[in-house]
Design a protein around this ligand. Structure first.
Ligand code: SF4
Length: 295
């Protein structure tokens, strides 16, 4: 794996508490090889050249340690918003594992976005961090069907493997759930699939599901997505072009009714789906733990 130069690793998040209660952000890899056809991180605005080849950053754990040492606010550090931190190179290089050890050492919480069950390798560290601070694991799951997940997210764990990973995490007291994002019009927006995904989430012990019920498309990312539609779902690109033109946010037809269905299903199983409730639930969790530990 190649390594690129980096001056900083940790970034303070402005108004971060609105989005999963995250106070800091870091991406330990640049680029991602999981190949999701809808990936927003490949957009030109992020300026990640050669996006499909993940690269590490030179001396990143040393830089991160110096940054963590200086921070007085031991908030929650988000990992993986721009590139999945559990890519295949992580098995060998253990950069994410090294970063988790540092978060534990300096008393920070963690919020991880991933689609890979490689995260279970680090269960020991997540449990330790969870004893002292807030932990939330967000698995993106877009479809209940493994065959479809293999088509639209080809190089990462299937939906059922992700759901099994959620089961293991929640069985170990880790607050884990699902980001049902994006919802791809005409591909993953069938009522019965949304219903089934919420049911599977319940079965796997997911503590939350969040969705914005649509997909964002812009500039070169849209071009890439449309190329993939031509290859994998012939005729669908034309349908998108007719329906959405150059629109940035594309919601499936009947999205209001779909969202209402989603909410009803979540409520039926008692799964959190509103962002403020999700944040309250996972942070409160830890307060309860620390109170328990006083006794
Ligand atoms: S795992 Fe995330 S960052 Fe990687 S290709 Fe898929 S959507 Fe993009």
């Amino acid at each position: 794996m190649e390594f690129v130069k980096a001056k900083t690793i940790l970034a303070r998040v402005k108004d971060g508490s609105d989005w999963y209660g995250v106070d800091y952000n870091m991406n330990l890899y640049r680029g991602c090889c999981h190949g999701c056809i809808y990936c927003d991180s490949r957009s030109n605005c992020y300026r990640i050249e050669n996006f499909d080849v993940p690269r590490g950053k030179e001396n990143e754990l040393e830089i991160l340690e110096a940054e963590l040492k200086k921070r007085k606010d031991k908030g929650v550090v988000g990992i993986g918003s721009m590139s999945d931190t559990y890519n295949p190179f992580e098995r060998q290089y253990e950069i994410t594992r090294g970063a988790l050890k540092l978060l534990l050492k300096y008393g920070f919480g963690v919020a991880i976005d991933t689609k890979s069950d490689l995260i279970l390798r680090d269960l020991d560290l997540l449990k330790e961090i969870n004893r002292r601070n807030n932990v939330i694991i967000k698995f993106t799951v877009t479809t209940p069907h493994d065959e479809l997940s293999r088509i639209i997210e080809p190089h990462v764990s299937t939906s059922s493997e992700r759901l099994a990973a959620i089961r293991t995490l929640t069985d170990n007291g880790i607050f884990a759930g699902i980001m049902m994002n994006p919802v791809l019009p005409f591909i993953t927006d069938r009522k019965e699939d949304i219903r089934e995904l919420v049911r599977l989430a319940h079965e796997s012990g997911a503590r939350f599901i969040h969705t914005y019920m649509g997909v964002t498309l812009r500039e070169n990312q849209r071009d890439y997505y449309y190329e993939k539609l031509d290859e994998l779902f012939p005729g669908l690109k034309e349908k998108y072009m007719g329906q959405y033109g150059n629109r940035y946010f594309c919601s499936p037809p009947g999205s209001k009714a779909l969202y209402e269905l989603f909410v009803r299903e979540c409520d039926k199983y008692g799964i959190q789906h509103e962002m403020p409730d999700i944040i309250r639930a996972y942070k409160k969790n830890i307060e309860e733990y620390s109170q328990l530990s006083l006794f």
